[in-house]
Design a protein around this ligand. Structure first.
Ligand SMILES: [Zn+2]
Ligand SMILES: [Zn+2]
Length: 229
């Protein structure tokens, strides 16, 4: 895929439980999500491996939503990178409390695991930037892209759309556990219709590929068929 000159390169950093993405702009970079704190070294090493001033270029950690497996590592990475942290206003209670936002359950597995997942704690922190509304520009942070609120997994979930027909969707859509390139609903969904509405909002930007917080990359046509029929 040929990317437009000003498009950031998107570097995937993969771990056994989830993925973060480094968006490398010309002068500045954004790290999308931070995973749990036990991945700090791995993330730092992966950024360092990009060479040059890759570590000091990171000016922002952008959290796709207020779940601990995405924000838990953020305060440690902030100290290491000297950058800011941003999240949507509607999900700020997650980082502030150092706990997962209230989790909706739709099946037995979720009901069984919820007590455990709700009890896990991470270092609480106050994000430096809170996004409001339904969309915004990331060019102020050196990246040619736009964030779009895509509620469904949480109310303040955001996705990032790039000019080059790619979108990062956080946990709006995830890869199937045993077939990571196949789309699936995330856990903890209160209203599946809200997920469908958000998926169709993202597909309006005509991405070819969706990058998820878990599994993927996902083919946009398959995502359309799976969620919208
Ligand atoms: Zn989540
Ligand atoms: Zn997640």
């Amino acid at each position: 895929m040929k990317l437009a000159a000003r498009t950031p390169s998107i570097v995937e950093i993969r771990t056994p439980t989830g993925k973060v993405y480094l968006l490398e702009g010309e002068k500045r970079s954004i790290l999308v999500d931070a995973l749990n704190d036990w991945y700090e070294k791995k993330i730092i090493r992966s950024i360092q491996n990009r060479g040059g001033d890759s570590l000091s270029k990171v000016k922002l950690i952008l959290l796709t939503h207020g779940h601990l497996d995405h924000f838990g590592g953020a305060p440690g990475l902030k100290r290491r990178l000297g950058c800011m942290i941003a999240i949507h206003q509607l999900d700020v209670e997650g980082p502030r409390s150092g706990r997962n936002l209230p989790l909706a359950t739709r099946n037995t597995w979720e009901r069984m695991t919820r007590p455990f997942v709700s009890r896990i704690k991470a270092e609480p922190f106050e994000p430096d930037v809170t996004f409001e509304g339904d969309e915004g520009d990331l060019s102020d942070y050196g990246i040619e892209a736009k964030w779009v609120r895509t509620p469904g997994h949480t109310q303040g979930s955001i996705s990032i759309v790039f000019p080059a027909q790619v979108a990062i969707v956080g946990d709006l859509v995830v890869g199937r556990f045993n077939a990571p390139r196949k789309p699936a609903y995330p856990l903890w969904v209160k209203d599946p219709q809200q997920i469908k509405d958000s998926v169709s909002r993202i597909l309006e930007y005509s991405p070819k590929t969706l990058l998820s917080g878990h599994g993927g990359p996902l083919d946009a046509d398959e995502v359309r068929r799976f969620f919208l029929g």
